[in-house]
Ligand binder design. Structure first.
Ligand code: 5RP
Length: 297
């Protein structure tokens, strides 16, 4: 029991000074509960409002694709440069150091691979996401896919129900349907459907007219990098997305398949957080990557 013999009356009441009521920096997130906002503030830097998420969940669909064969060797050294890690629970438990102190956006749906019908997924138990101290969960949504649209939208809204129960933000990840045009109309619709179903973050692809995709999506958007591009083009993609209003990137292959992944993620980060131009960021990449090594066979 606390000491009772020196209980002092309070006197600093700040009478006449209004209590500070902080607004919230992230689009569409002002009405969320404290735990949700706290987790979102770990993913998005409250100073810049942006994030560089490092995606290396590709193995759950593709197996050991180039760059993620040995996550201990290729990804772990990049962790310090990322704002958030996006991966599966298997990789998180087996390979990611528990001392990393980085927020995790947990890939929370599974069920198919590139060998079968894509996106025929179910959502994992949110209790495991809580156990893993995830800061968000990510669920794929296949808008326009006649076989998988209803199932994946249901996955999303069920994940949102779970997320609300546990204070876990949900990221809706828009899959690109085989027969869908990759344009602002499609991505604008897919992003909006995710947000309407309660996603707190939307991950989609950059396209021309992206400012319209961002404008009509009431929650923050991050872009996927997509297939590997030459570094300057990947930096231009990130720059254009940020200038169009994206709140960050969730990049994988354009980082870990780069000739210098650490230099690349640092260059991407400069584009995202400092608004550096792609040209300047490419210079930064070249300065940081050091001389190229020629393999003599
Ligand atoms: C797949 C994903 C990937 O994490 C995403 O595509 C990001 O990786 P990349 O930049 O390599 O496209 O969400 O469902």
């Amino acid at each position: 029991m606390a000491d009772l013999d020196d209980i002092r009356d309070g006197k600093e009441y700040g009478i006449g000074v209004s209590q500070k009521t902080e607004g919230y920096f992230l689009k569409g997130s002002g009405n969320l509960d404290w735990g949700m906002k706290d987790r979102l503030s770990r993913i998005f830097n409250p100073t810049t409002g942006k994030t560089v998420m490092l995606a290396f969940d590709h193995g759950f669909l593709m197996g050991p694709t180039s760059g993620v064969e040995r996550i201990d060797l290729s990804i772990v050294p990049l962790i310090e440069h990322a704002d958030c890690l996006m991966c599966t629970r298997g990789v998180l438990r087996s390979l990611i150091p528990t001392t990393s102190r980085k927020p995790v956006c947990l890939r929370a749906d599974a069920g198919t691979t590139i060998l079968t019908e894509m996106n025929d997924n179910v959502v994992l138990d949110p209790v495991d996401a809580v156990r893993l101290n995830a800061s968000a969960i990510a669920v794929m949504v296949a808008i326009g896919d006649p076989n998988m649209e209803a199932k994946t939208v249901a996955n999303l809204y069920n994940a949102v129900d779970d997320g609300l129960e546990f204070g876990l933000p949900v990221m809706g990840v828009t899959a690109v349907g085989k027969d869908m045009a990759r344009d602002a109309r499609y991505f604008g619709m897919a992003a909006r459907v995710c947000a309407e179903n309660g996603a707190n973050i939307v991950k989609t692809y950059y396209t021309e007219g992206f400012e319209k995709v961002v404008a009509c999506c009431p929650v923050p958007i991050v872009i996927a990098g997509g297939k590997k591009l030459p570094e300057l083009e990947a930096l231009e993609l990130a720059y254009n997305a940020i200038q169009s209003g994206a709140s960050g990137v969730d990049m994988g292959r354009n980082v870990f398949q780069s000739e210098s992944p650490a230099a690349m993620i640092r260059a991407v980060s400069a584009v995202v957080h400092q608004g550096m131009t792609a040209k300047d960021a490419f210079q930064l990449f070249n300065d940081e990557k050091g001389p190229s090594t020629v393999r003599v066979i």
